[in-house]
Write a protein that binds this ligand. Structure first.
Ligand code: A3D
Length: 320
């Protein structure tokens, strides 16, 4: 049986890391695509030469033409620009919207059956625009943000509790921005919800509030340290987790920016929600119940995403 084909649209910091991870995990053959000439070819060759030591046989190719992504089973999109210190994700909207148009058209023409994972920021608006430009089914176009935001939350919690990250589950929903919603009540250590752990004296409410805020600011913290770009190791790992769930029909329950029409009181928009990912892409939206405070935070986040989508429509009338 032929190996799956994975097309990485954008061969920058995240794209290169995605290629290396996908090869090491033997998820399939890899095409690294970018408009910058030489970059995808150079990274592909470099990563291919890690194969003998790592022991993988994936075919690794760099490309500047969309024809090379033909028939891809998975496309992971990082094309565009990342933010620099002082910038918000929303500042990237104008430039990255144009990039989504060319990427969406390229995928529609050459890889219309792919499962498409968008990472480009501002995430919720860009995944919506990418779906509009590509015309692919909604269940096959999804944004990566919740897996990363939840991983950041899990990491901070595991350090606070001095327990393995594997035993910490966490949910961060809503838009991938300052209004994201870390759901404390649905986050646990070994199944024990965080509010119970506060009552048990494992941490204080004040410390927990601090971790929630640090999670919301998780991307900016790394931008501030790197100064030249944004996080790329954990974002790449998070997207690979989603791609693997699709390719191996794992039915993973992962928070993703998915198209929601009906669940959680939403009518037809992309935002971070719990989903099930399997061979049909987004197979289910998990319609969790929120309490009043959680709902208020989620509503605020939904409004922020709606504002970004409206801004996209104002820039490109073909989206209106
Ligand atoms: P970077 O290293 O700059 O790579 C972006 C690549 O896109 C560059 O190699 C560009 O040449 C290429 N590119 C630009 N325009 C096009 C085009 N029209 N077609 C094809 N390729 C193009 O950035 P990065 O890899 O660090 O980040 C990529 C994106 O991911 C940015 O928008 C970040 O803001 C975003 N990001 C999102 C998250 C989420 O959690 C959602 C996390 C981190 C970064």
């Amino acid at each position: 049986m032929a190996r799956p084909k994975i097309a990485l649209i954008g061969a920058g910091q995240i794209g290169g890391t995605l290629a290396h991870l996908a090869a090491i995990k033997e998820l399939g053959d890899i095409i690294l695509f970018d408009i910058a000439e030489g970059t995808p070819q150079g990274k592909a060759l470099d990563i291919a030469q890690s194969g003998p030591s790592e022991g993988f046989d994936a075919v690794m190719k760099g490309a500047n033409s969309y024809e090379d992504i033909a028939g891809a089973d998975v496309c992971i999109v990082t094309a565009g620009v990342p933010r620099k210190p002082g910038m918000s994700r929303d500042d990237l909207l104008g430039i990255n919207l144009k990039v989504m148009k060319s990427v969406g058209e390229g995928i529609a023409k050459h890889a219309p059956n792919a499962f498409v994972i968008c990472i480009t920021n501002p995430l919720d608006a860009m995944v919506w625009a990418l779906r509009e430009f590509s015309g692919l089914p909604h269940n096959k176009v999804v944004g990566m943000a919740g897996v990363l935001d939840s991983a950041r939350f899990r990491h901070f919690l595991s350090v606070e509790f001095n327990v393995s990250m594997r035993d910490v589950t966490a949910f961060v929903l809503g838009g991938h921005g300052d209004t994201m919603v870390p759901l404390v009540r649905y986050s646990t250590v070994g199944g024990i919800p965080l509010p119970d752990l506060v009552a048990m004296g494992w941490t204080t409410q004040e410390k927990l509030d601090g971790i929630v805020q640090r999670t919301r600011d998780g991307g900016a913290e790394i931008v501030g340290l790197l100064k030249t770009g944004s996080a790329f190791y954990a974002p790449a790992t998070s997207a690979i987790e989603m791609a693997e769930a699709y390719l191996k029909d794992q039915k993973r329950l992962l928070p993703c920016a998915a198209y929601v029409d009906g669940a959680l009181g939403l009518d037809g928009m992309y935002v971070g929600v719990p989903t099930i990912i399997g061979k049909d892409g987004i197979e289910r939206i998990v319609d969790i119940k929120m309490d009043d405070a959680e709902q208020a935070m989620f509503d605020k986040s939904v409004d922020a995403v709606k504002g970004l989508v409206a801004a996209c429509k104002a820039i490109d009338p073909s989206l209106a």
